[in-house]
Design a protein around this ligand. Structure first.
Ligand SMILES: Nc1ncnc2c1ncn2[C@@H]1O[C@H](COP(=O)(O)OP(=O)(O)OP(=O)(O)O)[C@@H](O)[C@H]1O
Length: 255
């Protein structure tokens, strides 16, 4: 596969009370189309900052970001971000209206006119993918945290961006729900043509989900290694190979 997204010498520092903090130092990375890439590293190593630079929400101090060899300087509907917080849905809209919002935005972006019925059908399709069709008329406050994340995931899919940027999206749910959401995401990634860049500090999550893992370190935030994950799907958390890779990554992050 050829390089699709390319990060060249990305860097970012912040002025803090304790002085200048180098959040990211010379990040070079090539991401393939339809790849599931995880950025894994300890708290504060710059994972979220890197994701926000790819999203175009903050600017790198130097270097450049390329997509298909074209310079990217701003945010765009080709890159859709999903956050950890439960409160990212529009609280005043029902579940189906939250999804329809993204369906309409995507159609507008592509200059496509959709009828009300087509919008509803499309929205229900995405809601069905996260198995929440029967909750279409609920408001976000009537849902559990895990269900809100499912709706947020459906809304991200409905925006039909090529690239999904996920910042610890399952970080706030209980461990069983987290495993269910990981399962769902792994399945959706295999069904849809999407490039996913997923941030986590959970090694098992990275091993379960991704095809390639970017290991980062702190002070300053830098890439220390790129690890291929060729474990076949569906991945078994109890398998010897799964746990071998887990231990390899754990050891690497500790040193
Ligand atoms: N707006 C900001 N102002 C000052 N410092 C910031 C800002 N954003 C991030 N930082 C600092 O930059 C470093 C990297 O932050 P970032 O949130 O990218 O790390 P992270 O790896 O995503 O951490 P976590 O896993 O805890 O979310 C941290 O030291 C953080 O305190």
């Amino acid at each position: 596969m050829s390089s699709y997204l390319e990060l060249k010498n990305i860097a970012k520092s912040f002025n803090t009370e304790k002085g200048k903090k180098i959040a990211l130092k010379d990040i070079n990375l090539q991401i393939k189309k339809n790849e599931f890439l995880t950025i894994l590293g300890p708290s504060g190593c710059g994972k979220s900052t890197l994701l926000k630079i790819i999203a175009g929400f903050i600017k790198s101090e130097k270097g450049k970001l390329l997509k298909n060899e074209q310079l990217i300087e701003d945010s765009g509907l080709d890159r859709i971000m999903l956050f950890q917080e439960f409160e990212q849905l529009f609280s005043w809209q029902t579940v189906i209206d939250n999804i329809s919002f993204a369906v309409k935005a995507s159609a507008k972006n592509k200059n496509i006119k959709l009828t009300k019925r087509q919008i509803k059908e499309k929205s229900l399709k995405y809601l069905n993918e996260v198995k929440l069709k029967s909750y279409q008329d609920y408001y976000p406050h009537q849902l559990s945290g895990g269900m809100k994340q499912r709706v947020a995931l459906a809304r991200t899919l409905a925006a039909e961006g090529e690239i999904m940027l996920m910042d610890e999206p399952f970080g706030s749910v209980d461990s069983q729900t987290r495993q269910e959401l990981q399962q769902l995401l792994a399945q959706l990634w295999q069904e849809e043509d999407k490039t996913i860049i997923f941030v986590t500090h959970d090694i098992r999550e990275a091993v379960f989900l991704s095809e390639r893992i970017v290991l980062m370190k702190n002070e300053p935030g830098e890439i220390i290694e790129l690890v291929d994950n060729k474990l076949p799907h569906p991945r078994k958390r109890s398998s010897r190979e799964f746990n071998q890779l887990f231990e390899q990554l754990q050891t690497r992050l500790q040193n």
